[in-house]
Design a protein around this ligand. Structure first.
Ligand SMILES: CC(=O)SCCNC(=O)CCNC(=O)[C@H](O)C(C)(C)COP(=O)(O)OP(=O)(O)OC[C@H]1O[C@@H](n2cnc3c(N)ncnc32)[C@H](O)[C@@H]1OP(=O)(O)O
Ligand SMILES: CC(C)C(=O)C(=O)O
Length: 516
């Protein structure tokens, strides 16, 4: 037992067989997870997920609810054939037909488990099943005994145990263990419980069910109040040794307990002395596979597997993490299969992050030069959401050029739109003197180029003009390449800016600056 448990008043009386520190991972991505609208998978996709779950090291794969459809039946059959290490589990109601069909679907499983059960809360007993507490116990016992005729490993779920009376729940659990249940699942079906409440429920069963040592207690917590992981951990700390989880926390309504969260919480809190058989380095790959096949994006700030889980975007954090990763990271990203943490450059980044990124890209700067780039970086970052390596390379390139070009754009004002005559007023500095010109054109860029041509008084012909809106969003940098001809000679210009007219004029001036 971990030190927490040693001092836990309720757990002090925990029975010997429940004291192992191995927590079994029961993955229900393919059953509860797959209940989510739009997440249904075909058999081939389910096999792919099951094989990845096997690599991840889960102990049990709940492969489906075979009576629900021929497709689900077939998936349980095929997963049973495709996967050899984890136990394959099939869900049923406390209904004989469901159990028979589940047993049939599991016929090829090396280790098959039937997961049967019935509701035990007043809501379920009276409103859903139109029954009474004693009759429910009878049906529960009958279902477990019937399932035992087909498989040795029978798990019983007391649906809505979270809102069930503890004393009654203890009677149900004692009866189903007596009937042969090897695992007793205490679901917080509606995600109602507080962590202390759920933990006390498990502890109550540990201390009041005389034959509890004959079965493993399982948690199955939903996330309606965002407490699924906390409740599952509280269950473990009070005697549960199996947790029912899904990858990325997908599942009915607000979802189930996320596998990655429980596994990594236990790994981070080694003092609790609990562990699972999960190969955590497979977590990210499994998460991506499930998200892709189920067409269910993972929220960016999702713990462990979200895009931002290992990315640092504010200056103080970035500085801290660059000094020592552990200043702001409790998990080494490599441990969950993420290559490295990332530093995202934004307007909230400081010099430390900028300098780091420039060094990674191979640029070295004196502190005074860094200040200039940092100021330009902030200007750009205020216009864009984040600054990519490509943005930075352009920024550094233009910073190196700044001041060296004889022709510099000082200001640009354009009028354009539908039913207006596109007009541009351009101010250019030429070796320190400022010149202004206004011109009209067939569009804002044409107008600006005409104004520039009038200013520089050179006969140039535009040979090529290419605008690329790079990378992701409408707020991104536009890159402009121009090729001009002057007296038979070609000159090239380049510029990038969030304003494409500005980028175009700067690229034009860049090319013009090269004419001797
Ligand atoms: C909490 C959970 O996630 S449980 C798993 C949820 N998953 C699913 O429901 C997906 C698969 N379900 C299905 O395909 C279908 O609902 C089936 C095949 C199970 C049943 O279909 P139908 O026979 O048409 O019944 P229907 O879905 O309309 O209603 C469910 C019936 O099961 C009863 N029932 C619900 N849970 C249980 C249970 N654990 N044990 C016994 N009976 C139950 C209900 O009371 C209701 O019976 P009633 O019609 O006599 O009132
Ligand atoms: C079938 C049971 C285990 C379930 O999914 C729940 O109670 O949420």
């Amino acid at each position: 037992m971990g030190p927490f448990n040693k001092f836990h008043p309720v757990i002090a009386g925990l029975k010997e067989t429940n004291m192992s520190n191995r927590v079994y991972i029961f993955d229900t991505t393919l059953r509860d997870g797959e209940q989510v609208p739009g997440c249904q998978l075909n058999t081939i996709e389910k096999i792919e997920v099951a094989r990845q779950l096997e690599k991840l090291g889960v102990d049990v794969i709940e492969a489906g609810f075979p009576v629900s459809s021929p497709g689900d039946f077939n998936s349980v059959v095929e997963i049973s054939k495709a996967v050899s290490n984890p136990t394959i589990c099939a869900l049923t109601r406390a209904v004989k037909k469901d159990i028979e069909v589940a047993a049939d679907a599991l016929q090829f499983a090396k280790r098959g488990r039937i997961h049967t059960g019935i509701g035990t809360s007043p809501y379920h007993i009276f409103n859903k099943l139109n029954s009474n507490p004693d009759a429910i116990i009878e049906r529960a016992v009958e279902a477990v005994k019937y399932a035992k005729k087909f498989v040795e490993d029978v798990e019983f779920y007391a649906e809505d145990a979270g809102r069930s009376d503890n004393e009654y729940l203890a009677r149900v659990i004692e009866a189903v263990i007596k009937a042969g249940a090897t695992v007793v699942n205490i679901p917080d079906t509606t995600g109602y419980c507080l962590p202390s409440e759920y933990g006390e429920k498990i502890a109550y069963l540990v201390n009041h069910v005389p034959n509890i040592d004959k079965a493993i207690i399982s948690t199955h917590c939903h996330n309606d109040l965002g407490m699924a992981t906390a409740n599952s951990l509280s269950g473990i700390m009070n005697g549960a040794r199996q947790v029912e989880v899904t990858m990325n926390g997908i599942g009915e309504r607000a979802g189930n307990t996320a596998l990655e969260e429980v596994v990594m919480a236990l790994r981070c809190h080694k003092d609790l002395e609990f562990d699972t058989g999960i190969d955590s380095k497979q977590i990210m790959r499994t998460s991506n596979l499930v998200s892709t096949l189920m067409r269910m994006p993972v929220q960016a700030n999702k713990a462990i597997v979200g895009r931002n889980a290992f990315s640092h975007s504010s200056g103080i954090h970035q500085d801290g993490v660059l000094k020592n990763r552990e200043n702001y990271e409790i998990i080494d990203p490599v441990e969950v299969g993420v290559k490295e943490s990332s530093i995202v450059l934004t307007a909230r980044s400081g010099r430390a992050a900028l300098k780091h990124r420039m060094t990674v890209l191979g640029y070295q700067y004196e502190p005074s030069e860094l200040d200039n780039i940092y100021n330009r970086f902030l200007d750009l970052a205020d216009k864009k959401k984040d600054i990519t390596d490509e943005d930075l390379e352009i920024l550094i390139g233009s910073e190196k050029q700044a001041g060296k070009k004889p022709l510099q754009l000082v200001s640009l004002q354009v009028v354009s739109g539908k039913s207006t005559i596109p007009t541009a007023t351009v101010q250019v500095s030429f070796n320190g003197d400022i010149f202004t010109e206004t011109a009209a054109g067939n569009g804002p860029i044409d107008a600006a180029f005409t104004a520039v041509k009038a200013l520089v008084k050179r006969r140039v012909r535009l040979e090529e003009f290419l605008i690329q809106a790079i990378t992701r969003g409408s707020d991104d940098l536009g890159k402009v390449h121009v090729k001009i001809e002057h007296k038979g000679q070609l000159y090239y210009g380049f510029a990038a800016h969030t304003d494409i007219v500005t980028a175009s004029v700067e690229a034009f001036l860049d090319a013009l600056s090269k004419i001797e």
